[in-house]
Design a protein around this ligand. Structure first.
Ligand code: SF4
Ligand code: SF4
Length: 331
């Protein structure tokens, strides 16, 4: 016996969550050719089909682009600190792609490893993730090459499977998921399943073996020739998590702010002395692949990539993890 919900009931439920004070985020069409995860104003804004995946990722709602850590005021020799301990409103992320949700355990490791990041963890505790299993993939998807699949419930509190005719099977994976859907579904004999594929595109172990043994190699120069260092790959990646901490405001004070950063920027490793250990784009591209396939796995036992394909889809010059990994494997 399965639990099912109709598309209209799902939209009504999203509207109920919004009316109840929850922040609800999900895919929405913001321009004719652009779908983004964004905070929904109504259940009708929720886009459930007709696109591959949003151009951003759900990390925006747990690790925002810019976040105030604390405020401060400077008067003469005295500094007043103003804590930012406002409670996080409950939020639901609905119709996340499995490759987005699977990045959350990756971020959990990072923000709880040598330092427990209160801001991330507060938001994580207040968030319930409802995933929609994929019913299509495009040429940039490669979840199966990094150990996932289009129906993976990793990082999800509940997962929806399209049954056709506007119906979804609901499988709850955690207490949070049950709390959202209890009493909201109907019993059915029907069960859903995700698509199979995408076909495995490369061998992640072979990529790891290459990057750990080819630090100085012409491959990086050849590969990075077209990269313009824009950072779009990192910013649209559900798993990339580098940040900077900056002071915003005047000398009299204002706020200390955590902002997204990227290893693809020339200033990322620039020292105050003027020395830069990664002086050009090939070293930065190498770092991105090395971190994803060797450094992070060595520390946390998994690849720092869920195969969502966003870095390739959004790159203005057509690079991305998929092209590098396949070149390494088949080059
Ligand atoms: S790989 Fe592409 S998206 Fe990433 S920094 Fe280079 S040009 Fe930008
Ligand atoms: S590295 Fe690229 S394919 Fe992998 S999770 Fe990040 S954006 Fe997606």
């Amino acid at each position: 016996m399965s639990e099912i919900i109709s598309q209209s009931a799902l939209r009504a439920l999203a509207a109920e969550w919004i009316a109840g004070g929850k922040s609800v985020a999900g895919p929405a069409r913001v321009k004719p050719d652009l779908v983004l995860y964004r905070v929904l104003r109504s259940g009708d804004d929720l886009l459930l089909e007709g696109f591959q995946r949003p151009s951003n990722s759900i990390k925006d709602f747990l690790f925002p682009k810019a976040e105030k850590l604390y405020g401060y005021k400077i008067r003469g020799n005295s500094i007043e600190l103003i804590e930012n301990d406002s409670p996080e409103p409950a939020q639901v992320i609905i119709a996340a792609r499995p490759c987005d949700a699977a990045a959350l355990p990756i971020l959990d490791h990072v923000f709880n490893w040598d330092f427990h990041d209160e801001f991330y963890n507060r938001r994580r505790a207040a968030t319930t993730v409802v995933t929609l299993a994929c019913s299509a993939h495009d040429e940039n998807c490669f979840c199966t090459s990094v150990g996932l699949d289009p129906g993976s419930d990793r990082g999800s509190d509940a997962i929806l499977f399209a049954l056709g005719n506007g119906q979804y099977e609901v499988r709850c994976a955690t207490e949070k998921g049950h709390a959202l859907f209890d009493g909201k579904t109907e019993k059915s004999e029907r069960t859903g399943k995700a698509i199979t594929g995408p076909e495995k595109r490369f061998d992640a172990q072979a990529v790891r073996a290459f990057v750990t043994t080819h630090f100085e190699d012409p491959f990086w120069n050849e590969h990075a020739l077209t990269c313009i260092g824009c950072g779009t790959c990192a910013f649209s990646c559900p798993a990339c998590h580098c940040f900077d901490i900056v002071d915003a405001g005047s000398a009299a004070g204002n706020a200390r702010v955590k902002t997204w950063d990227s290893c693809q920027f020339s200033t990322f490793t620039a020292h105050a002395s003027g020395h830069n250990p990664r002086p050009a784009q090939p070293a930065r591209q190498r770092q991105r692949i090395l971190h994803k396939f060797a450094i992070y796995p060595e520390k946390f036992g998994e690849i720092l990539c869920t195969g969502c394909g966003n870095c390739t889809r959004n790159c203005p010059v057509g690079l991305g993890v998929l092209s590098v990994a396949t070149e390494i494997n088949h080059g």
